[in-house]
Structures are given as C-alpha cells and as structure tokens.
Design a protein around this ligand. Structure first.
Ligand code: PMP
Length: 429
C-alpha cells in the first residue's frame, strides 16, 4: 500500500470523502488522491516521494511557482511579528492602495478569506446598492459555495432558482437566474422577465469551472451594454483570471470595465485570501461606512497580506511574466492540439494564456451544454496515464490547467512528450 493510500484510508474515517474540498477527490478516477508533502517551482512531491510537474498550482495562486523565495521570506518575516491581531494594520492599507492604484476599475477594495466570501459579499453589496434582488449567473460558472450561487441549473436551459446542492432551501435561490454562457439573448430574455429587478449579472469572464471556456468576441461587452441598459451592475468573478490573464485580469485583457470585481487565492499567493472591490459609491455601501453588513475576524490577516502583496508587487514589476505565460501557453496547448490531431484523437482544446482544457468531444465547447458532451471516462484514462507519466493535473474534466512562470520551456516539452506517449498507447476512449 502506498503512503497516499494509507493516508486516504485514515482520512475517509474522519473527513467527509477524505478531503477538505471535493475538487481534490479522485472520484471517477478510482484511486486514492495523491497526498502532497511539499512543492517547489513547477514540481510537486507526494507522500511517497514521487515528483510530478504540477499543473494545479494550488488552483491558481502559484503563478510564480511553488515556494517562491521572496514570498516565503515575506511570510517568515511577518510571522515574527505575530500571526493575527484582529486589528487594523499598515500592510492592509498598502495592499488596498496597491490594488486601487494599478487597477482602474477598483476604486475601493475589501479583503476577505476566500473566493466564496468575496462573491457572496459582492452580491450583497450589489443588492444593497441597487435596492434590487435578482442576480443573473451563467450555467457552468462557479462562484463559490454560498447558498444563492449554488445554482448552475445543470443544463443549458434557462431556468430560475433550482439549487444544485442538498441543504440549500429553494428560498435562497429564488432570486438567482441562470443564463447560457456566450448567449446574450438568454441574458436579454431574463432581464425582460425580471422587469427591472436585476441587481447584477455575475460572470467568470473566462469560464474555468466547466473546463476552460472562452467568451466569444463581444460577449463581455454585450453584458456591459445589457447591464447599462437595465441599471444592473456587472460583476466579473476574477478568482481565476485576476492577476493571471494580465495584471488587470480579464477586465484589462478584454478591455471591458465591470462595476465590481471579485478576487481569490491569487491575492494571497497561497494563503487564504479573497477580495472584492469596484466603484467607490458601491463599496461605500459596505459596513462600517454603509448599511451592507460584512465582516471577518481574520480578514486582511497580516501574514496573508505580506505574502499576497509581495506577489502582486513582483507581478507588477515583471510584466514579462505575462508575456512569458502567453508564449508558454501557446507552446503547451497548441503543442497538445497538434499531437492530438496527428494521433487522430477526437478532442477539443480551449486555451487562453496560461489556462487551458482538453475536452474529449468532437464538439466545439462554448458553454455548459457543449462542455458536458466530453467523455469523462476518456478524461479519467487520460488523467491517470498522465499522472503515471509524472504530470499532475486536476482530477476532473471540468477544471483548468494552470501554467506558472516556473514552468520552463523544457518542462513543457517534457509534458508534451508524456502526452504523445499517452496518445501512442491509445485506448483513451
Ligand atoms: N469563483 C471562482 C471563479 C472560482 O473558481 C472559485 C474557486 N476556484 C471561487 C469563486 C470560490 O473560491 P474559494 O474556493 O476560495 O472559496
């Protein structure tokens, strides 16, 4: 028995499903998840001492690679002063100033502890500001596990308020409307149905939780226009794309200005952090300056802020990280596409900069319905074969691959070699 298997056997007895977040489970894969001991650069090492090239990158925050020396130093230095005070600190002010000074669409920002909290709070602020109740989200977009947002409708059909999780009362989701990603008409129809009751449209500007799905040309601008026309706020959930597609995230990348934005893990460089921000007049609604209540004992934690601010400052000072990620993304994902084509594999590969997903389907993947045509058994075969070849991927079809600055071109070529060997063996479907 491997150490990972041993740990998993212990874990399932005391932790639901043996993991503290379902995305870590190997569910359909049929093996124990690899328990991780440590990580460095683009490599991650499991409890059995196996080394993998890591494309999870802690689901995004490790954009500079694992255990980045300057960030580690900043954390150790901050720890010397104490782990938490539950009181205001200078580093929080610096963080807020740094973000607002460099992102034109963020005039004020509030730190929280996760992406879930960031979105939940942003939606509350949007409702408080507009005095309206309904929100429109998109099928297949994930915005954390707060009650009102656990609706993805499970199909491309427009529907209103069917919770995706047991334990979410229908009342919590009755104001959540679900539209079809890349389908502006579906948003327009919901806006008309809701008759001036829509507080906000929330979207992953690049969807990364149904696998990677890119916005069609004009989709994000179309949402901007529809929001303006209907006096609704546009919220970009940039938990994945923020500081990753560009320093200014998808808003900068696509040149569309949201009213509010939510960030997550990347702001904490691996420490538990989230944030929401936007126009000053909206953010001033938040307590204690306004009537929208939102609080957090550990929010703006000094150790997390030290880690995150060091990473953000590094990213801002090194724009070549972003050009590098574009180049490496093209090398990796176009390389995979070429190999798959040559091998005659039926698949569709979506990618943008460092993010990418391979779908095991002949269909173009542009929304939740088409994403779900992927053969998840073929994905499980691909995942396990890649793992055995030393490549650590997210154990689900409906997640992204994350490249970091630490993935060198050599490492990408190594990854492509493993992929071509997997293709040679065949039998994915
Ligand atoms: N929004 C998006 C777009 C996400 O991808 C995630 C999680 N990956 C969340 C919100 C929730 O973030 P967290 O897991 O930190 O609560």
């Amino acid at each position: 028995m491997t150490r990972s298997e041993e740990l998993f056997n212990r874990a399932v007895k005391r932790i639901p499903g043996g993991v503290n977040s379902p995305v870590r489970a190997y569910g359909a894969i049929g093996e124990a998840p690899r328990f991780i001991d440590h990580a460095d650069g683009c490599y991650i090492y499991d409890a059995d001492g196996n080394r993998y090239i890591d494309y999870i990158d802690s689901w995004g925050p490790m954009i500079l690679g694992h255990n980045f020396p300057e960030i580690r130093e900043a954390v150790l230095k901050a720890c010397e002063k104490g782990l938490s005070f539950g009181c205001a600190t200078e580093v929080e002010v610096e963080m807020a100033e740094f973000i607002c000074e460099h992102l034109p669409h963020v005039e004020m920002v509030r730190m929280v502890n996760s992406g879930t909290e960031a979105v939940m709070s942003a939606v509350r602020a949007a409702r408080g500001f507009t005095g309206k109740s309904k929100i429109i989200k998109f099928a297949g977009c994930y915005h954390g596990h707060s009650d009102a947002l656990l609706v993805s409708a499970g199909s491309g059909v427009m529907t209103s308020g069917i919770p995706d999780s047991a334990g979410v009362p229908a009342g919590c989701t009755q104001d959540t409307m679900t539209a079809v990603y890349n389908d502006l008409d579906s948003v327009k129809t919901l806006m008309e149905q809701a008759k001036d009751q829509v507080a906000a449209v929330i979207v992953e500007p690049v969807a990364a939780n149904m696998g990677v799905v890119l916005p069609d040309e004009g989709f994000l601008q179309g949402l901007r226009d529809l929001c303006d026309k209907n006096n609704a706020l546009l919220i970009f959930d940039e938990v994945i794309t923020g500081f990753r597609l560009a320093f200014g995230g998808a808003a900068e990348y696509f040149g569309v200005k949201p009213d509010m934005v939510t960030y997550g893990k990347i702001i904490g460089a691996g420490m538990p952090v989230g944030a929401y921000g936007g126009r000053k007049e909206i953010m001033e609604m938040v307590s204690p300056s306004g009537p929208v209540y939102q609080a957090g004992t550990l929010s703006g934690n000094p150790v997390a802020m030290a880690a995150g601010l060091t990473q953000l400052k590094y990213l801002y000072a090194h724009p070549e990280v972003y050009t590098g990620l574009e180049k490496k993304g093209t090398l990796l994902y176009e390389g995979m596409k070429d190999l798959a084509e040559k091998a005659g594999l039926i698949c569709h590969l979506n990618h943008i900069s460092s993010l990418g997903s391979i779908f095991f389907t002949g269909e173009k993947v542009c929304d939740y319905t088409s994403a779900k045509t992927s053969d998840t058994k073929a994905f499980a075969n691909y995942f396990l074969s890649m793992l055995k070849g030393g490549i650590h991927l997210a154990p689900s079809q409906f997640e992204a691959m994350f490249l970091s600055d630490a993935h060198s071109e050599d490492v990408i070529h190594e990854t492509l070699k493993v992929f071509s060997e997997v293709l040679e063996k065949g039998n994915l479907y």
